[in-house]
Design a protein around this ligand. Structure first.
Ligand code: 5GP
Length: 206
């Protein structure tokens, strides 16, 4: 089904800078809305129910799967994560643009059921830089770093299944790239026909 709104799905290995980039993109673009996922993992630090995630327990999560409440869901690092179908579809149908910050499994599931989704993969500039970023972030235990690096190799290998790739070497450049993807999507014929219908009508365009 084609909706008037655009759906952007952003995935990346941990440490590539996905959250900071999406946060900055949302601050710059008032027409872009983020979707709050459900998860079975416990809140970390200052995280709040309904702000970062809807924190629910596993039986509740499984019940939602049974009811078909999720647009996609996946197990990531031992916890379950899912995107609420109702929230996404209502907003896209209303013409809003939605961005999902999810893992690659969820992104690829979405492309299967919703080919109009725009899949964006954020890459680190190198393995060395990714390792350094993970260390700077405070994950200094060598086993933790090794585990994340192993996961990152598996995640990065999924990039060929995505529509766009952004290399996050310099934050501002990566943000510009991300903005350009969103902008280009909004300039597509079908989107322009929706948003500039008076111009299209005046020019006798179908
Ligand atoms: P964290 O627990 O660190 O917030 O997130 C772990 C991973 O799960 C990240 O890659 C994050 O993007 C992903 N994630 C968050 N929400 C969802 C979701 O609704 N579906 C899927 N498939 N992954 C998600």
């Amino acid at each position: 089904m084609e909706y008037p709104g655009n759906l952007f799905v952003v995935a990346a290995p941990s440490g590539a800078g996905k959250s900071s980039l999406v946060k900055a993109l949302l601050e710059l673009d008032a027409k872009l809305d983020v979707s709050i996922s459900h998860t079975t993992r416990a809140p970390r630090g200052q995280e709040q129910h309904g702000r970062e995630y809807w924190f629910i327990d596993e039986p509740e999560f499984r019940a939602k799967i049974e009811h078909g409440d999720f647009f996609e869901w996946a197990e990531v690092h031992g916890n379950l994560y899912g995107t609420s179908r109702a929230a996404i579809e209502a907003r896209l149908a209303h013409g809003d643009d939605v961005v999902l910050e999810i893992d690659f499994q969820g992104a690829l599931q979405i492309k299967q059921i919703f080919p109009y989704a725009v899949l964006i993969f954020i890459l680190p500039p190198s393995w060395d830089e990714l390792r350094q970023r993970l260390q700077r972030r405070g994950d200094t235990e060598p086993e933790v770093i090794a585990k994340r690096m192993e996961a990152a190799r598996h995640e990065v290998a999924q990039a060929p299944g995505f529509d766009f790739v952004v290399v996050n070497a310099v934050f501002e450049t990566a943000l510009f790239d991300l903005k350009s993807i969103v902008h280009a999507q909004r300039l597509k014929y079908a989107a322009q026909r929706r948003n500039r219908s008076a111009v299209f009508r005046a020019l006798d365009l179908p």
